[in-house]
Design a protein around this ligand. Sequence first.
Ligand code: AMP
Length: 185
Amino acid sequence: MRVVFVGPPGAGKGTQAENIVRDYGLYHLSTGDALRAAVKAQTPIGIKADEYMKAGALVPDEVVIGVVVDALEGEQAKSGCLLDGFPRTIPQAEALDKILAEKNAPLDVVLELSVPDEELFKRLASRGRADDNPEVIKQRLVAYHGQTEPLVGYYTKSGILRKIDGLGTVEEIYDRIKTVLDEYK
Ligand code: AMP
């Protein structure tokens, strides 16, 4: 099963992604985690990504797509994957479709975790990550609405978008996710 997880920063994607990969045996690819690791290790990609991440802006498509191509080449991704935080732009979604078409392994489903902005702001402000200060949070929400939300239309058109209500307890939200994913097992 190949799943994309879309949702604004603070929607709870990371927590739910851990539940999903544990229970469905999927390879977890979080481009945010991969980029943070690259920044920490000061690799050429990390050095390039750092300034964008600090500003709450998206890292350029070609940089992130390179990270994903490498990760999907690995053995672990063969039995299925959860892409968490990728794609985040239409060009990234088009690149992903191309990569997966070459492998004859198209996406099964795109989960959109939906949470209103007021609630996101509250959750992010209490999280304490380096890019969680109010100004950067605002920028990350602007980037989400401007660049990432158009993916909802893109995947609705391809008929694989499923919307998940992201309000409630972690358990309630995960139950909603499982109900959808069990259709694709
Ligand atoms: P996340 O952990 O998914 O919230 O990502 C943290 C930051 O990493 C984002 O604010 C972006 O700067 C960068 N990032 C992660 N994934 C992507 C992506 N697919 N495209 C562009 N930038 C990304």
